[in-house]
Design a binder for this molecule. Structure first.
Ligand code: COA
Length: 164
């Protein structure tokens, strides 16, 4: 039975493992060097109650995570967040990403955000499909802004504005 819940520091090792796997194998993130436990602790601490981190837990195992992070340190952007969504490769295609995305988008509204941005690299069709299905709209593309595995890549910007 899958449970979606707030992450705790005890989940950090599993969250990091899933993220580091995506760093070395995918273009979902333009990080290229795996994160250290210290960096991840800082990342976790930076997310106060207004910027949630959720995990999906299946039979005691963390199999995915989603977060809303500050879009910018400039105060005027404080009602805007950026979404991250990662499911363990072995558990993809079973509806976990959708459940995490639904939950984190709902959480964003609950904590009073106005809008959420997703930056999605070209070729990430499942991610684009999922975001559009929960109300994100394509608002533009940044051409050749990322380079990974020796290739220049476009990044699509998707946005959801909450109903007020
Ligand atoms: C994107 C990701 C989070 C999806 O997680 P998941 O658990 O596999 O997703 P789900 O099983 O809930 O749903 C996948 C959806 O994408 C659809 N899909 C899969 N491949 C697709 C493709 N090539 N084109 C379009 N849609 C596709 C599925 O049909 C499903 O949609 P549906 O629920 O309407 O049938 C996961 O693949 C992942 O972690 N990828 C690497 C990291 C990443 O890209 N993160 C997003 C960065 S913002």
């Amino acid at each position: 039975m899958l449970a979606i819940r707030h992450a705790t520091t005890e989940d950090l090792a599993a969250i990091t493992e899933i993220y580091n796997d995506a760093i070395v194998k995918t273009v979902a993130t333009f990080d290229t060097v795996p994160k250290t436990p210290e960096e991840q602790t800082m990342w976790f601490t930076d997310h106060g109650p207004e910027y949630p981190i959720l995990v999906a837990e299946d039979k005691g195992l963390v199999v995915g995570w989603a977060s809303l992070s500050k879009w910018s340190d400039r105060c005027g952007y404080s009602d805007t967040a950026e979404i991250s969504l990662y499911v363990d490769e072995k558990h993809q295609g079973k509806g976990i990403g959708r459940k995490l995305l639904d939950a984190v988008v709902q959480k964003g509204q609950k904590v009073g955000l106005h809008t959420v941005i997703a930056r999605i690299a070209e070729g990430s069709e499942a991610s684009i499909h999922l975001h559009k299905s929960v109300g994100f709209e394509h608002i533009g593309s940044m051409k050749e802004v990322g380079r990974k595995f020796g290739k220049l890549l476009d990044v699509h910007l998707l946005q959801k504005i909450y109903d007020t």
